[in-house]
Design a binder for this molecule. Structure first.
Ligand code: DGT
Ligand code: CA
Length: 577
């Protein structure tokens, strides 16, 4: 039983309890358990059977339920709830912005159970006018359906990378591949991807195809040929495998990495030089003059090598021509994580466990940022407990010479723009990231002014997940980003690239826009369980796609430099205040 399937039971139970208007804490417990199972690096079946470790957020009762799912393939409480709640309702509840009340009204009136039917009903304005449903709700539902459909078509990179890695490892081990790499949007590290493209060179393509189409990850073989095969994985994702000759591997890798828009520009440059570049190589007339290595393609059109993350035709060709390509920040340069939750709020790990994980990842420091009290549901930390946390972190740092912890917070920006801790408390912390967690529906002026006010506070170093968007679940809230970027630059406040796989917020394009306004970025995983600290690489991918260099990203600083940098905003502000 796969982790995601077990998680699905708990998500559905949570939704069904929601329709039945049960206790919100119980609903939340199921959802959090589902999330934690989904994000678990290990196979849940093994963990449960061997009872080898505790899964965060999962007590005895839920553990028992997981065992029941693994043993019987289902869960009694799930089956019972299903009798009470029509299954179509669950489908409607999956639409962002459709709560249990709205779903039930729509279902009761029209018996609608599918996205397409609901979309048609909204377009025909049959939904507005139902008890308590306004025209605006209809529009929100349509937006939500759109979001959900995109989510069904494109999967978050963070979920796909491990799968791509697994398939590549399996092919390396079991089939006669000479070279193998992932191509397409996965190689460009786009935040979401439609499918996985893999490129192989081999002298025995047939055998490679045989192994590929029989991998344990395969649920259907969509097509099987000599040079190209496609399969669908058990999670419903398509994987295309192409086998080419070694002599044109570089040209093919370039072609299948894309993007299409970037390829077209490269081909135009080639044509001007009397060359032809395609997936089979670099040609002058009929003669192949290169294509074994990817860099030959760029050399042929007199350009330096362009990293895959930049290949979107967003100015990289022009920059390359002028010798102005950025020196992109590298994962190896990242020295720490600027947003991790601990047991002090709703995280699952203790501060020493976090430090140990950081050590294993080769990091030098971590900012432990827990929620502030107004986020009761997330176990916001009282002022008294902040003092305890400060002491514990100081004690830890005294004995730890390699990994250091920063005593931080993710302080809530309240609905009037004030912060959830007084300045005296913030002053005692090493790192403060401020975030909006409520009032998402406020108008642009109000939301922007809240964030601006937070940035004007000398103790706020960064703004967490600035736009609030969640991939396939929630659109960004209305913000005047131009004003936000200007204010961030003016006050020396950083903006976060939240590296959680569903957020990636700021996005690549917005990170680049922020940098161009003189803003520096912080990368934080927002990890609530240890495994999620590994999403740090996703944050670096966003930064790279946003043209950021090492100096643009605070996480490249060593501990001493970082601490000095963090004190600077406070001093600068102190002078002007
Ligand atoms: P995706 O799959 O939507 O996340 O994005 P990609 O970029 O992986 O797109 P995909 O899988 O359709 O194609 C992989 C690469 O193959 C694409 O980035 C560029 C190349 N390619 C595909 N079709 C064409 C085409 O018609 N012309 C050119 N020049 N390149 C193409
Ligand atoms: Ca693709």
């Amino acid at each position: 039983m796969e982790n995601r399937k077990v998680a699905r039971f708990f998500y559905d139970i949570a939704s069904m309890l929601e329709i039945k208007r049960e206790n919100p804490f119980r609903i939340r417990a199921y959802r959090r358990a589902a999330q934690n199972i989904e994000n678990l690096a290990d196979d849940i079946t093994k963990v449960v059977v061997a009872e080898e470790k505790k899964i965060p957020g999962i007590g005895k009762d839920l553990m028992q339920k997981i065992k029941e799912i693994i043993d019987t393939g289902t869960l009694q409480i799930y089956e019972e709830l299903k009798k009470e709640v029509p299954p179509g309702l669950l489908e409607l509840l999956a639409i962002p912005g459709v709560g249990p009340r709205t779903a039930k009204i729509i279902f009761d009136h029209y018996g609608i159970v599918s996205l397409d039917d609901l979309e048609r009903a909204c377009l025909a304005h049959k939904i507005q006018g139902l008890p308590g449903i306004k025209g605006k709700t209809e529009k929100n539902i349509l937006n939500g359906i759109q979001l959900l459909k995109t989510g069904l078509e494109r999967k978050p990179l963070g979920l796909i990378l491990p799968l791509a890695g697994e398939i590549i490892e399996a092919l390396k081990k079991r089939s006669p591949v000479d070279r193998i790499e992932v191509a397409g949007s996965v190689r460009r590290r786009r935040e979401t991807v439609k499918d996985i493209d893999i490129l192989v060179s081999s002298s025995r393509p047939k055998r490679v195809m045989e192994v590929f189409t029989n991998l344990p990850q395969v649920s259907d073989v969509i097509g099987k040929g000599e040079t190209k095969s496609s399969i669908r994985t058990r999670d419903g994702l398509e994987v295309d495998l192409r086998v080419v000759e070694g002599d044109c591997y570089g040209a093919a890798l370039c072609y299948f990495t894309g993007s299409k828009a970037h390829n077209i520009r490269i081909r135009e440059l080639a044509v001007r030089r009397g060359l032809k570049i395609n997936e089979y190589g670099i040609f002058r007339g009929e003669k192949r003059i290169g294509g074994k290595e990817e860099r030959e393609v760029f050399e042929a059109v007199d350009l330096p090598y362009i990293p895959p993350e930049l290949r979107e035709d967003r100015g990289e060709i022009e920059a390359a021509m002028e010798g102005k390509l950025p020196e992109l920040v590298e994962l190896q340069e990242i020295k720490g994580d600027l947003h991790v939750h601990s047991k002090y709020s709703d995280g699952a790990a203790t501060i020493s466990e976090i430090a140990e994980k950081a050590r294993k990842m080769g990091l030098r420091w971590v900012a432990v940022c827990d929620h502030s009290p107004s986020l009761k549901i997330a176990g916001g930390v009282s002022i008294e407990d902040i003092r305890k946390k400060r002491k514990a972190i100081d004690a830890f740092n005294r004995t730890s010479s390699d990994v250091k912890l920063l005593c931080g917070t993710e302080v809530d920006i309240l609905s009037d723009g004030t912060l959830d801790y007084p300045d005296e408390v913030l002053r005692g912390l090493d790192f403060v990231v401020a975030a909006i967690h409520s009032g998402f529906k406020q108008d642009q002026a109000l939301l922007t002014s809240r964030m601006v006010k937070a940035m004007e506070n000398p103790y706020v170093h960064s703004i967490a997940h600035p736009t609030g968007r969640i991939l396939a679940e929630r659109e960004a809230y209305a913000l005047n980003l131009e004003e936000i970027f200007a204010k961030a630059a003016e006050t020396g406040t950083c903006l976060e690239i939240n590296a959680y796989f569903k957020r990636l917020d700021l996005s690549d394009i917005l990170s680049r826009a922020a940098k161009n306004k003189g803003v520096r970025l912080t990368i934080g995983t927002d990890a609530h369980i240890l495994d999620q600290m590994e999403y740090l690489n996703l944050g670096v991918f966003v930064a790279r796609r946003g043209w950021l260099e090492s100096n643009d990203v605070i996480n490249t600083m060593g501990y001493e430099d970082l601490m000095q940098f963090l004190r600077k905003k406070r001093k600068d502000e102190g002078k002007t205040r």
